[in-house]
Write a protein that binds this ligand. Structure first.
Ligand code: SF4
Length: 481
C-alpha cells in the first residue's frame, strides 16, 4: 500500500524447551513486521519432524489446537514476504523434505543469488523441484551431499550458496543456525533457561524473556543438539556487508541488529539529517511509523518541536474495498489522516526514511497542504535510493526509482514540496559509527558486494531489474489525495 521497500522474512528457532512450538509462535508474533504473506512452524521430538504452514498472519494460522499438533523440544518458524518466488502456499516455509540424511526443515531470510544457476544444474541432473522459491535449492543440495554426518551435510550444502542468507534448520534431533559470510541479514543467538534460541531480531528474545548471548557470526554454522552447542566455520572470512536498510527501516526500533540499537542508529540518522539539511520550520512531523525515530533525532538537533501531525490507522488490513473508481487513490487516506490543529498555518518539516517511486510522498505532501500547512519541507533520513537490491529485499527496478532517473529539483516538483533534502552517504555511515565499513549500501551506490549469477536466465532477470523500462509514476487527477 505504501511506496516502500518491502520487508523480507523473519526466522526463529529454539532447542531444548518443552513448549517449543508455543515459543516459536510467540517469536514469530514479534517478527511479523518482517513478512505478512505466510507463516509456518516445524517441530521435532527426537524421532520425527512435523510442520504447519499457511498463508496469512501468524495469529490467523496458529491456535491452541494447531500448536498441539506440533510436539517436541525443537522448533523453527518463519514469517514470509516473497522476494524470490511467488506468494503462494507451496512457497511458504518451513520447507520440509525427507531424504537420505533423514527429515530436514528449513527457514530462510535473504536471497540466494546463484539459486537459478544451481537449480538449472540440479534439474538437468534429475532433481524435481516443488516450489519456485530460491530456498529449495538448499534442501536439494543437502539431500545430495556426500557428507557422512548431518551437521557436515548442512555446512557442505551452505558453502555452495552465494548471496544473502540467515537460516534456521531443523532435523529430528538438531537445530542449526547459519549466516552467509557477508552477514547481510541479522541472526541473534539467545538463551531461555537451558534452551537455546535463534531469531532475526532481538525483539523476539524480549517477548519470550530470553537473553541475548551474541550474533550468529557471518559464515558460521551453529549446531545445537543433545551434546550441546558447537560452531562450524563454513566460509573463510570475507568483506562484511550488513544491510544498512535494517537500521534505516526494516528492523523494529526495540531490536538490536548487527550489535547496535536500531533506535539509536535511527535517531542518529535524524540528528545528522538536521545538521546536513536544516530548514526554517515551525514543527517537525514524522511520516508514521517509518519516520518517527529519525524525526525525534531531527527535532532534538534542530531544537524544534516534534508533533504527530499525521495519524496512522494501524487496523487497515492488506486489502480494503474501494468505494468507487473515482476515489481509487484512497490508499494513503485510509492509512494516514492529518491533524489540522497541528499543521494549519505551519512551516512543516516532514521526516521519512526513504522515497522509492515518489507516489506516496506526493500524496502525503498534498494531504499536509490540504490540512493548511503553509510550507512543506521533505527531509529523508537516508541517501537517494538509486539501485535495486538483490540480497533479499523487494525493490522496484531501477527505472521505477525516482532518484535514479530524476534530479533533486524534479523530485521536489513531482512530490509538490517546497524543498527536499536527503542525508548523505557519509551521514548514513556516520550514524552506524565505527563499523561503517561493515555495511552494504548498494541501493544507494549501485556498487554490489556479491557478484550476480553467471547463468543467463537469472542474469537477464537481474539486468531487467537494473535497466528495464517501466514508465514513471503517472500524474494523478487534480483533487485526488
Ligand atoms: S542493497 Fe540496500 S536493501 Fe539490499 S542489502 Fe544492501 S543495503 Fe540492504
Amino acid at each position: 500500500m505504501f511506496d516502500k521497500f518491502r520487508e523480507e522474512c523473519g526466522v526463529f528457532g529454539i532447542y531444548g524447551h518443552a513448549e517449543a512450538a508455543k515459543l516459536a509462535y510467540l517469536g514469530l508474533y514479534a517478527l511479523q513486521h518482517r513478512g505478512q504473506e505466510s507463516a509456518g512452524i516445524a517441530t521435532a521430538d527426537g524421532t520425527r519432524v512435523r510442520a504447519v504452514r499457511e498463508m496469512g498472519y501468524v495469529n490467523d494460522i496458529f491456535d491452541q489446537q494447531t500448536l498441539a499438533t506440533l510436539p517436541g523440544h525443537i522448533a523453527i518458524g518463519h514469517t514470509r514476504y516473497s522476494t524470490a518466488g511467488e506468494s503462494k502456499l507451496s512457497n511458504a516455509q518451513p520447507i520440509l523434505i525427507d531424504c537420505v540424511h533423514g527429515q530436514v526443515g528449513v527457514c530462510h531470510n535473504g536471497n540466494i543469488v546463484n539459486a537459478n544457476e544451481i537449480r538449472d544444474r540440479l534439474v538437468r541432473d534429475g532433481s524435481i523441484f516443488q516450489t519456485n522459491s530460491d530456498t529449495e535449492v538448499f534442501v536439494h543440495l543437502y539431500a545430495r551431499s556426500a557428507a557422512g554426518a548431518v551437521a557436515e551435510a548442512v555446512a557442505d550444502s551452505i558453502t555452495k550458496l552465494a548471496g544473502a542468507f540467515s537460516f534456521a534448520v531443523i532435523t529430528k534431533d538438531h537445530l542449526f543456525a547459519a549466516r552467509d559470510p557477508h552477514g547481510f541479514r541479522p541472526l541473534a543467538l539467545g538463551r531461555l533457561g537451558d534452551a537455546w534460541v535463534v531469531c532475526s531480531e532481538t525483539c523476539a528474545l524480549d517477548l519470550i524473556n530470553a537473553t541475548y548471548v551474541r550474533d550468529v557470526e557471518p559464515g558460521e554454522v551453529v549446531v545445537i543438539g543433545p551434546d550441546g552447542l558447537r560452531s562450524i566455520r563454513a566460509f573463510p572470512p570475507t568483506r562484511l556487508a550488513h544491510c544498512v536498510f535494517e537500521h534505516v527501516y526494516f528492523a523494529r526500533p526495540d531490536s538490536e541488529v548487527f550489535g547496535q540499537s536500531v533506535n539509536e542508529v535511527r535517531s542518529n540518522l535524524g540528528r545528522l539529517l538536521a545538521v546536513e539539511q536544516p530548514v526554517e520550520a515551525d514543527v517537525v512531523v514524522p511520516i508514521p511509523d517509518s519516520g518517527v525515530c529519525a524525526a525525534i533525532g531531527y527535532a532534538e538537533e534542530a531544537k524544534l518541536p516534534m508533533r504527530f501531525g499525521l495519524i496512522r490507522n494501524h487496523y487497515v488490513g492488506r486489502t480494503f474495498i474501494e468505494p468507487a473508481q473515482s476515489i481509487r487513490h484512497f490508499g494513503v487516506k485510509v492509512k494516514l489522516n492529518p491533524v489540522r490543529s497541528i499543521l494549519a498555518g505551519q512551516r512543516v518539516a516532514l521526516i521519512d526514511d526513504s522515497i522509492v517511486r515518489g507516489t506516496t510522498s506526493r500524496k502525503i505532501v498534498k494531504m499536509v497542504r490540504a490540512a493548511g500547512a503553509r510550507e512543506v519541507h521533505m527531509r529523508i533520513s537516508c541517501p537517494p535510493t538509486v539501485s535495486p537490491c538483490f540480497y533479499g529485499v523487494d525493490t522496484p527496478q531501477k527505472s521505477e526509482l525516482i532518484a535514479a532517473t530524476h534530479t533533486l529539483d524534479e523530485i521536489r516538483r513531482y512530490i509538490g514540496a517546497d524543498s527536499v533534502g536527503y542525508l548523505s552517504l557519509d551521514g548514513l555511515l556516520n550514524a552506524v559509527g565505527a563499523r561503517r565499513q561493515h555495511y552494504c549500501t548498494s541501493c544507494y551506490t549501485g556498487q554490489y558486494p556479491v557478484a550476480f549469477p553467471r547463468d543467463e536466465n537469472a542474469y537477464l532477470q537481474l539486468t531487467l531489474k537494473l535497466h528495464g523500462t517501466v514508465p514513471l509514476p503517472e500524474e494523478e487527477p487534480e483533487g485526488v489525495v
